[in-house]
Every structure is written in structure tokens, then in C-alpha cells.
Design a protein around this ligand. Structure first.
Ligand code: AMP
Length: 281
């Protein structure tokens, strides 16, 4: 496994592989890797001839009062895990490498970015879309692997790639959870033992909505109310949103007569967590 920090070197390596006819899979991450990330790597290894993982904590997708400076950075153990999985290249640029002095061009994210995370985290998807498009140019891969954990982000990337004719296949992969249901997240490292319990309120809210739907409650507002109540009674400190939406557009739905996506974002102590579940009527 080779670790690359320079954009032109990364491009040259991947371009060389592609010219030889190799399928190259790409997994963009911010590091602090867990089984969720590793599931994307395994999928890329199955589908492709070579796999590139990027590790970059992208400053432009964090708000001024968010956790950029304290975001967990575990580069050595990340590389050990990726080496064990048979990853070919790790691309780990510095912030100056991706955003040199004078950098001033940004991607205007698609409409699907406007709601939910886009409302709660102004500028977040602009930063995500910009860094991902840059990475797609630096790593001209065949396919890129993203988790459904960041459901809206996956839609944003899919729309960007379609709208801007980016020649890469975007593959969405299932959420990996702890045995009790908590979605794996690098931010789970922030949680104390008591907060870890309270963090399960997100999964409890989502499964409560699915249970109510299965028992015949198809009214989306009622399901949202149930998620809110469950979040608060099970330990969330503050809710950013708890919604039932169309899985393609993220527009609100009134009745769940076909699959809908339930999405939640809530704060537990100082930690902001998100999760989602596809509701099946
Ligand atoms: P991050 O390092 O948080 O930027 O995440 C990198 C990629 O891993 C994104 O595509 C995430 O959606 C994905 N990911 C994060 N957590 C999980 C999880 N629990 N299950 C599946 N994919 C995940």
C-alpha cells in the first residue's frame, strides 16, 4: 500500500492504472475509520481491480462553530486497517495541497442539498461538493463508494455527478450498525458511557416509526411526532430534525403509501448525530 500526499502523483498513479484497463474503486473518507468505512473498502475490493482510499478532514465542510479542530485523527491505525484489507493507495493530502493560497472556486450544490443538513449546516454541502469534485478529478476512478449513513450527501453527490457529467459511477452502500443498532460514526468516539445510551435514541426513533407504520399508521406527520417524542424520551438533548420524506427528492410526503425515508439529526451532549431508515409500508 502506498501513501500519496501530492495531487499530481495521485492522478498519475490512477491514470496509469486506468490506461492499463484496470477498474479503480475510490472511497473518500475523513479518517477515524470504523467498520462502516471498511465495508465501503471491501465493496470496492470486490468490484474493482484496485482501490484508493482518501483520508482528508475537509475544512470547507465544517461551520465556524463545528468540530473541525477536535475531529478525531487516527492516521496510523487507519493505514494499518487499510493495509490489512489490501488497499492499493491512500491519498492523504494536506489542507494546503487541496486548498493552496488563492483558492476561490466552489461548487454550487444541487437543489436536494437545500433541506435538512443544508438548513442546519449552512455551507456544508458546498464544501462537500467542492472537495468531492476535486477528489474525483485527482482520483479518476471507475466507481466511488459512499455510505447511506449520510443519505442526503449521497443524493447530493449523485446529482452533482449527473448534472456535471462526471465520468464516475457513484455506489451507495448500506449503513453499518453496532449490535444494538447505533449507526457507526467517527463522532461516536466523543460519547461518554451515558451519552452512548442516549445516542441510541436515534435508532429507537427510526424503528418506532417503522413499527407504527407496520401497525397501520401511514400519516407522515404522526410518524414524525412519534420520532420526536422517542428522541426526547430516550435521551436526545436537542433535535435538529426528524422527518419522513421522499427517498429521491427529500421533499416531505404526507402519507407513506410507498417506501419513504425517515431521517433524524439530534444532539447528545456536545455531539451531533444523524441516522436514517428506509420505511417500508
Ligand atoms: P466520513 O469519514 O464521515 O466522511 O465518511 C466517509 C464515508 O463513509 C461516507 O460515504 C459515509 O457515508 C460512510 N460511512 C460513515 N459511517 C458509515 C456507516 N455506519 N455505514 C456505512 N457507511 C458509513
Amino acid at each position: 500500500m502506498r501513501i500519496l500526499t501530492c495531487c499530481s502523483e495521485a492522478y498519475a498513479q490512477v491514470d496509469h492504472l486506468r490506461r492499463q484497463g484496470a477498474r479503480v474503486g475510490f472511497v473518500p473518507t475523513m479518517g477515524a475509520l470504523h467498520e462502516g468505512h471498511l465495508s465501503l473498502v471491501r465493496r470496492s475490493r470486490e468490484d474493482c481491480d484496485a482501490t484508493v482510499v482518501s483520508i482528508f478532514v475537509n475544512p470547507t465542510q465544517f461551520g465556524p462553530h463545528e468540530d473541525f479542530s477536535r475531529y478525531p485523527r487516527t492516521f496510523e491505525s487507519d493505514c494499518a486497517a487499510l493495509r490489512d484489507l489490501g488497499v492499493d493507495f491512500v491519498f492523504a493530502p494536506s489542507a494546503e495541497e487541496l486548498y493552496p493560497a488563492g483558492f476561490s472556486t466552489y461548487v454550487q450544490p444541487p437543489k436536494v442539498a437545500e433541506r435538512l443538513e443544508g438548513k442546519c449546516r449552512p455551507g456544508h454541502f458546498r464544501g462537500v461538493a467542492t472537495v468531492v469534485l476535486k477528489l474525483f478529478h485527482i482520483i479518476p476512478a471507475t466507481a466511488a463508494y459512499f455510505g447511506q449513513k449520510d443519505y442526503q450527501q449521497l443524493l447530493v453527490i449523485q446529482h452533482m455527478v449527473d448534472d456535471l457529467n462526471v465520468p464516475i459511477r457513484v455506489v451507495g452502500c448500506p449503513i453499518v450498525r453496532e449490535p444494538d443498532g447505533l449507526a457507526m460514526s467517527s463522532r461516536n468516539r466523543y460519547l461518554s458511557q451515558a451519552e452512548r445510551e442516549a445516542a441510541l435514541s436515534l435508532w429507537k426513533a427510526l424503528t418506532a416509526a417503522q413499527s407504527a407504520l407496520s401497525s397501520g399508521q401511514r400519516d407522515a406527520r404522526e410518524l414524525e411526532q412519534l420520532m420526536q417524542t422517542t428522541l426526547y424520551t430516550q435521551g436526545a438533548d436537542r433535535i435538529d430534525y426528524a422527518v419522513v420524506a421522499d427517498p429521491a427528492s427529500l421533499e416531505p410526503v404526507s402519507q407513506v403509501d410507498r417506501p419513504a425515508i425517515a431521517l433524524v439529526a439530534a444532539h447528545v451532549g456536545k455531539t451531533r448525530l444523524i441516522d436514517n431508515l428506509l420505511l417500508q409500508p
